[in-house]
Ligand binder design. Structure first.
Ligand code: 5AD
Ligand code: SF4
Length: 474
């Protein structure tokens, strides 16, 4: 393995200083040519990555770049990658491969790759050896080094394939960077970073390091400012939000309860919860809440206790069902969604049957289903694998079961009027607008531009498994 460059610690003042140096370099160029240098940010993966990309774009803007939606006109391309499944990595590598042509036309183009993929030694090595036009890499915990690494690239005219230091993995990077928010009414707020759970299939703890929580005061200030600025939905993000504040005097339920006191017309949601830590205290806070969306994403992963144990999940079906029952007792209208992995190593037909049964028992409103993908370095990748055809077949059956349940669950909404946060024109048809309910369900209705970013009442007249349709109502 080639030598890797471990980033030395950097203070906030140093970060700013490097940011201003790049800015000065960009301003000189703009004066000379009459045009600004442009930065294109491409994001793969989860909401945490979307939130990180808003910081990357924020820092790029601070450094004097104009953000562009067109990679062909960019002077700086940042690819924020995901490593959760092989498919995500392949897709990112394929797009990075296509940037070779843009670089051939513009030899000054700088290409940075960050996110979970670059946290893995073998992927950094691959980027270094097989993608010579990738100028630098940056790990998930070292986003705040972006201006310094970029400056080094510019000044020294060389590549930097970097590795984060142990120290970076103990920090929360949120406070270190300006944020360029994609939306003016929905906002992500990271409350913690990393994961300590080491589910046997999952790469995240290796890419994002150990759990660390942001200070409560910083989160409350950020959320308050967003509500005051007119944001309508604020989603708290963390790999396992339920372990927020461990060891401090403020746990996740306390944090949510405190945020709920912020006045205004807004929804507070959060993701992701781990079933082993989803507490009754949190459910009680939600049930009593004024702003807390009655929506719970509670990844089950499998409906079989042996598989759950092999996944290192630390709960069984009985515990999971107990939480769901309590939740529905306290909030009969709660929308419960989940993640399921099919074809985990060693999963038998009978064990998969237990997952299908679990879907019938719990009756999730929505399900995100995944075919198990072996991740290098995780324990499950070393276990006896289920053949691809079997995995594919189970996936199809899982989807069919869930689709029927979701359709049945949505049917009673016909004739009801729901509150929807409008997202503007739907993809494909500018006359049809889309929005989401408090539970996160997508709704289509005829709309006008003024509705975007506002709460709208919609009377539902048709439902399917994945969407609701209606007319705006008073
Ligand atoms: N293969 C398939 N799905 C995975 N997930 C995490 N790791 C893997 C993997 N190796 C799924 C889990 C998790 C969601 C974000 O991604 O269901 O909850
Ligand atoms: Fe991965 Fe499990 Fe951590 Fe979620 S809780 S990020 S599935 S290790």
């Amino acid at each position: 393995m080639a030598k890797q460059y471990i980033l030395p610690p950097i203070s906030l003042a140093e970060r700013k200083d490097y940011s201003f140096r790049v800015r000065a370099w960009n301003e000189t160029y703009a004066h000379a040519t009459g045009k600004s240098r442009k930065c294109f940010v491409l994001t793969f993966g989860c909401q945490q990555n979307e939130a990180d990309s808003e910081k990357i774009a924020g820092m790029a803007e601070e450094m004097g770049y104009e953000i562009t939606a067109t990679p062909e006109e960019a002077d700086l391309i940042m690819v924020n990658t995901c490593a959760i499944r092989e498919h995500a990595e392949k897709k990112a590598l394929s797009i990075i491969g296509q940037y070779k042509h843009i670089r051939a036309k513009n030899p000054d183009l700088i290409i940075g790759v960050c996110g979970c993929m670059t946290a893995q030694d073998h992927r950094r090595e691959e980027l270094k050896m097989k993608y010579p036009y990738v100028t630098f890499t940056l790990g998930t915990a070292s986003l705040h080094h972006f201006p310094k690494v970029l400056w080094d690239v510019i000044e020294q005219k060389r590549r930097f394939i970097t590795t984060e230091s142990e120290e970076d993995f103990t920090k929360t990077v949120a406070e270190c960077a300006p944020i360029r928010r994609e939306s003016g009414y929905r906002a992500w707020v990271s409350i913690m970073y990393g994961c300590n759970n080491f589910c046997s299939y999952c790469i995240v703890p290796y890419c994002r390091g150990r759990e660390r929580s942001r200070a409560k005061e910083d989160i409350i200030r950020e959320v308050r400012e967003l509500v005051e600025a007119g944001y309508r939905e604020i989603t708290l993000l963390g790999q396992n939000v339920n372990s927020y504040g461990k060891g401090s005097d403020c746990d996740f339920a306390d944090l949510v309860a405190e945020l709920d006191t912020i006045e205004g017309d807004w929804w507070l949601s959060f993701m992701t919860s781990h079933p082993k830590d989803a507490s009754r205290k949190l459910i009680d806070v939600m049930a009593a809440g004024k702003h807390i969306a009655r929506r719970f994403h509670l990844p089950l992963q499998s409906g079989n206790d042996r598989v759950l144990k092999a996944m290192n999940r630390h709960y069984d079906m009985a515990k999971y069902l107990d939480t769901v029952t309590y939740m529905r007792e306290k909030m009969p209208d709660v929308v419960i969604t989940s993640d399921i992995i099919v074809g985990f190593p060693g999963e038998t037909e009978e064990e998969f049957g237990d997952t299908l049964k679990a879907l019938e028992t719990v009756r999730f409103d929505m399900l995100y289903s995944f075919i198990y993908s072996p991740r290098k370095g995780t324990p499950a990748a070393e276990m006896e694998q289920v053949p691809d055809v079997v995995k594919g077949n189970r996936f199809d059956r899982l989807m069919a079961t869930q689709n029927a349940i979701a359709a049945e669950k949505n049917l009673p909404m016909e004739g009801k009027t729901v509150r929807v946060l409008c997202d503007g024109e739907s993809k494909g048809n500018p006359e049809v607008y889309s929005g989401r309910t408090e539970g996160g369900k997508i709704v289509f209705f005829p709309g006008i531009p003024d509705m975007t970013g506002k709460f709208i009442s919609v009377r539902i007249d048709r439902t399917e498994a994945f969407a609701l349709w209606g007319e705006t109502a008073e």
